[in-house]
Structures are given as structure tokens and as C-alpha cells.
Ligand binder design. Structure first.
Ligand code: CA
Length: 613
């Protein structure tokens, strides 16, 4: 009697621990054969999976080791042999050799040329889209089952319904504008209860938010964009994720995130990472503090977290066919991890570029993050590109103040003159505003000023980028804070009074500017001097800033007049670059200047001249 009771209890224990093995997540969801690295680390999550022993059934695919994490997680390190062909591997989760659960895991074939893919370069004109605010191509997905936040276009912090279909249906518009690359703020699931439209509180790193579309529709968007000569840069967030992520109920490992005795925010001082006098407290606070109470901070010192993030980025590159990555809040992450990530990406994709959001004020600080910079972090960062925040701040001031020793156009000159700090100044991504910065039209206050800013952006060194709506002077309207920076794109919703796509109901000034900008951007697409040429500039005098872009026998001269009256510019002091040239063709109005000794330039304007002998 006693003995049978014992057996019964044993059986009961056995069945309660093992009968219900339900695999909920296997991440990455698939992988590819023929990758440079033959290692793959799977994260398995499911009821009691941590109590089993894993096995695989394909020759050439080996389990190098596995690590049980609690009762519901397991990390399996696979070695995928060079000779393994695309196949489905059956992962078995066994007890004493008997499979209690299985999972079919696909190893796919890579697209041809995947490893040698090209990325964004100085040949590109980039365009930043905030998808929720761009165009609602599919009103039926505005509210989706299971999503905590419902659409509400009247709520400035709410979801407005823009989606992937809205982007795809307007690729022709972007192509005509002269765009050759788009960066969309994150499209991955943000299943948060409120203010999730911006996308930076990701709750599933392997899933497009259903209110935008599906993984497949994202991949199709990339394919369609490529057909139209438009590259796609994916916005990734490795520093933090949304606190409604599925794993928050039971973290994969105790040290998966940085936790503090009480909620502790980052100090947002990216400069402490390179400050020789910084306290360890400030450094820890910067990197390990939370970005927000709704955004948990990844502990990238944990090797499993590091692998998870690295593989996630590779998965999206392979799956969707990406042309680049924009990495959010770059200095908030563990810098050695980020360097390791970049190194690994470069090993898999030698030509692939990543632009880091290093939101700091001076070129010295920004340059530190770039690979092989003069003032580095003490180790190679392998980061190929950064945004030129210092130049953005200069642009936002240069055209709205009087010209003085260090004001007005001197700000642009001074900023460009510090390019010695950068290993390659052409790797800087240039912008006048973005989703976190006051819109350029709002700041510069007049069409003339915005035109000048754009003429500068598209003719100086680096990779130019504009923010959606810039092309028709989007402003903040009557909205304060972030909502003002992230207004709906007019025409993106049925019934909008104004339509930027069709130019319906635009003012004469708006119409004229869309033509101007599209002409400028399309011209740049074909001009190697501006894309790749050397840059020689001259000290601004009397509110006039002049520079030359030179590549082989192509020379472009840019003359900027920041004065409120027309100027006749004596060109003798530019002879070093002008000598031998007899004519200049004005790229924007098509006129020809036959006498280069004295060039007329209207008030508050820029002339872009292609010089000929
Ligand atoms: Ca929608």
C-alpha cells in the first residue's frame, strides 16, 4: 500500500513536470546555412522545457552545449557544418532519451549576394519616416486584436493608423522626390498601453507590429523599395525594450536586464563615456539606468543577451534584405558590447553600414564613437557612421541670426573645419531635424531659410537626410512637445484638407519648394563631385560662404548669401578653385553665368554652379 502510493506520487510528479511541455518561443525563428559564423545560439522558451535534454536529427548540425535557465528556458548552442544543405532540423526535448516535445527548425538558403550586399553611401539621399504618422494605407489594421492601445487620431500621443502599406503605396512619390533611402522609426511590435506610436518600446524583437503589417509585408516593402532604387535602413534598439515584452513575466535569466534597488533613470549624459574625469557612478547611471520606466534596460554584459541581440540584427538583415541599420541611443549601451556587435556584423557583411545615434553636442564627442577615430574610446568601435548632431545644431542657428565672427554662416564653416577629427567626414549622416528635434521650418521660420539649409545639406560633405514633411514646410501647428515634431503627414489619411502627395491645397510657396527640393535631390543623384568630391571652403565674409566640391574634372561651386539684400560677389579670393573656369551653370534655375569674376546672388539664397572651362 505504502509502496503503491509512493509510485503513484512518483507518476504524478513525473506527469506534472513533463506532460505539459509547450514550446512557446524559439528564437531566432529560423536561420540560414552558409553564414560566415557556423555558430547559432537558440533561446527556447516553454513550460518545463528547462527540465529536458535537447537533441537534433540532422547530420552536420551539432549541439555544442546547452544551458538550462530556470524551468522554462533553455539556450542551445548549435554548430552548423559547412556542408549542411538547407533543411528542417527537428529539435527534440527529451527525458531519458524519450522526446516529450519537438520543434521543426528551418535552416534556409541565403539569397544570392547576401554577404556582399551594398549599403547606404554618400550617393544616397535619405528620408526619415515615422510610420504611424506618415500614411494610413490600411484603415482595417488601425485596431488589432490583442493590442493594448487602440487608434485615436485625436490623441496627439496616440496611435494614428499609419502603416507599411501607406509607405509602399507612396514609394513612387518618394522616388520622384529624389529619395534613394528610407529610415523608418521602429516597426516592431510595441504592445504598450499608451504612447507606443514612436516604436521605441519594442515588445517582440522578431515581430512587426500588426498595426503596421506583418513580417512578410515588411520584407515585401524592402523588395518593392529596391525595385524603385530605394534602400531601406532598419531602426534597431539594443539599449532597452518595452516593459510589456512577453518575457517580463519570467525573465530568461536573472541578470537579463540592469535592475536597481529602486527605479533609476539614466542621466542621459552620453559624454561621460569619454570623459576622463567621469565618476564610475555617472558612467553606471548613464549605461545601466533605465531610459524610461516603461523601457527596461538590457544587460549586454550578459553573453546570452549579447548573442540574442547580435543574432536578432543578422536575422533581420537576412530575412528582410536590409541595406543598413540605424541604432538608437548608441552611447546608452555597453560600449564593448556594441563594438563586438559591429565587428561581428562586419564579418558577416563587410560592406554593411550602421549609423549610430550619438546625440552629443561637439564633433570631438561624436567622433569618438566612429571606428578608427583620433579620439577613440580606448578600443576599436567598428561603427561606420554617426549622425552629425553638431552640424544639425549649427544649421538650426546659422540662417536665423546675423553673421558675426562666430555666428550665422560662420557656424557652418567652423563645424566643417573640425572634420580633422573624423577618420572619414563623409561617413556622417547629415540632417536639419528629426523626430526628436523641432522641425526645421518651425526653427528657421521662413521658406528662404529652409531652402538655404537644404541647399547646404545636399551639397556639403556626408550623407544627407531629410525628415518626412520637410519637402512642403511641415511645422508643429498648434501641437506642443513631441506631437508637434511628429505631426501626421498631410494627405496620408483619407479626407485630409491638404495633401503633400498630390500637392492638393498647398500654398504657392509650398508648391514651389517641393519642386525646388525634388530638383536639388534628383540633381545630386547624378553629381559625383557632390557625392564624393573633395571639399574646399573659404572663410565666410560679409554673410557670404563659398565652397567647392571637386571630383576629377567635375567642379561644383556653392555660394551662400545670408544677407537680406542681393550681393555682387567679387570672386578673386576663390581663384585657387576658379582658375581656368569660364562659365557656371546654375543647377537650380538653369541659367548660365558667363562672367565668373563677379557673381550676383539674391538675398537669402544659395547658388549652386556647375563650372565649365
Ligand atoms: Ca492602418
Amino acid at each position: 500500500m505504502k509502496r503503491s502510493l509512493f509510485l503513484l506520487i512518483l507518476l504524478f510528479t513525473f506527469s506534472s513536470s513533463f506532460a505539459q511541455i509547450i514550446i512557446d518561443h524559439v528564437e531566432p525563428p529560423n536561420w540560414w546555412v552558409g553564414m560566415k559564423s557556423s555558430s547559432l545560439q537558440l533561446m527556447i522558451h516553454g513550460n518545463n522545457v528547462g527540465k529536458t535534454e535537447p537533441s537534433v536529427n540532422v547530420k552536420g548540425v551539432k549541439i555544442k552545449k546547452y544551458e538550462k535557465a530556470g524551468s522554462d528556458y533553455m539556450f542551445i548552442d548549435l554548430q552548423i557544418g559547412r556542408d549542411v544543405k538547407p533543411c528542417t532540423v527537428t529539435l527534440s526535448f527529451n527525458d531519458e532519451g524519450k522526446p516529450l516535445a519537438t520543434w521543426n527548425y528551418e535552416l534556409k538558403a541565403r539569397e544570392a549576394g547576401s554577404a556582399s550586399r551594398k549599403s547606404f553611401t554618400t550617393a544616397d539621399n535619405l528620408y526619415l519616416i515615422m510610420p504611424d504618422r506618415f500614411a494610413n494605407g490600411d484603415p482595417s489594421n488601425d485596431d488589432m486584436p490583442g493590442m493594448l492601445e487602440k487608434a485615436d487620431r485625436n490623441n496627439p500621443h496616440g496611435r494614428h493608423g499609419g502603416d507599411i502599406k501607406g509607405i509602399v503605396s507612396n514609394l513612387d512619390y518618394l522616388q520622384n522626390l529624389g529619395v534613394t533611402g528610407i529610415w523608418c522609426t521602429p516597426l516592431l511590435e510595441n504592445n504598450m498601453p499608451a504612447a507606443s506610436y514612436h516604436g521605441y518600446a519594442i515588445t517582440d524583437l522578431y515581430k512587426v507590429d500588426p498595426r503596421y503589417g506583418t513580417n512578410e509585408s515588411y520584407r515585401d516593402m524592402v523588395t518593392e523599395a529596391h525595385r524603385k532604387g530605394i534602400k531601406v535602413i532598419m531602426d534597431m534598439v539594443f539599449n532597452h525594450y518595452g516593459t510589456k515584452h512577453w518575457w517580463m513575466k519570467d525573465l530568461p535569466q536573472k541578470d537579463w536586464i540592469n535592475e536597481w534597488p529602486e527605479f533609476t533613470r539614466s542621466n542621459f549624459r552620453g559624454g561621460v563615456n569619454i570623459d576622463p574625469h567621469a565618476s564610475q557612478y555617472d558612467k553606471d547611471r548613464m549605461v545601466n539606468g533605465w531610459f524610461d520606466n516603461t523601457m527596461a534596460d538590457f544587460n549586454q554584459k550578459n553573453k546570452y543577451v549579447a548573442n540574442y541581440l547580435i543574432q536578432n540584427s543578422i536575422w533581420w538583415i537576412e530575412y528582410a534584405g536590409l541595406d543598413g541599420i540605424r541604432q538608437d541611443t548608441y552611447p546608452y549601451s555597453d560600449q564593448e558590447f556594441m563594438a563586438g556587435w559591429m565587428k561581428r556584423l562586419r564579418e558577416e557583411y563587410p560592406n554593411f553600414n550602421t549609423v549610430g545615434e550619438v546625440w552629443l553636442n561637439t564633433p570631438q564627442q561624436v567622433a569618438s564613437w566612429l571606428d578608427k577615430s583620433e579620439h577613440d574610446l580606448g578600443f576599436r568601435t567598428y561603427l561606420s557612421n554617426v549622425f552629425d548632431f553638431p552640424l544639425m545644431f549649427a544649421i538650426q542657428k546659422a540662417f536665423v541670426e546675423n553673421d558675426g565672427w562666430d555666428t550665422g554662416l560662420a557656424r557652418l564653416y567652423e563645424m566643417i573645419s573640425q572634420d580633422f577629427l573624423y577618420n572619414d567626414p563623409n561617413s556622417l549622416v547629415l540632417f536639419a531635424d528629426n523626430h526628436d528635434i523641432e522641425r526645421i521650418y518651425q526653427v528657421l521660420k521662413s521658406p528662404e531659410n529652409v531652402k538655404m539649409a537644404m541647399a547646404f545639406l545636399f551639397t556639403t560633405r556626408g550623407i544627407p537626410m531629410i525628415y518626412y514633411g520637410t519637402e512642403a514646410f511641415s511645422d508643429r501647428g498648434n501641437l506642443e512637445g513631441d506631437p508637434g515634431k511628429r505631426k501626421d503627414f498631410p494627405g496620408g489619411w483619407a479626407g485630409d484638407a491638404q495633401n503633400f502627395f498630390t500637392k492638393n491645397n498647398l500654398s504657392a510657396e509650398q508648391k514651389e519648394f517641393t519642386v525646388y527640393l525634388s530638383k536639388l535631390m534628383n540633381w545630386r543623384k547624378g553629381n559625383l563631385a557632390v557625392q564624393q568630391g573633395s571639399l574646399t571652403h573659404y572663410v565666410p565674409e560679409d554673410g557670404i560662404y563659398v565652397y567647392f566640391r571637386i571630383k576629377g574634372d567635375q567642379t561644383v561651386m556653392v555660394i551662400m548669401n545670408n544677407n537680406s539684400k542681393e550681393k555682387k560677389v567679387e570672386t578673386k579670393r576663390f581663384n585657387e578653385n576658379l582658375k581656368g573656369f569660364r562659365r557656371g551653370k546654375d543647377v537650380m534655375d538653369g541659367s548660365t553665368i558667363k562672367d565668373l569674376d563677379k557673381i550676383e546672388i539674391p538675398a537669402k539664397s544659395v547658388r549652386i554652379l556647375e563650372l565649365s572651362r
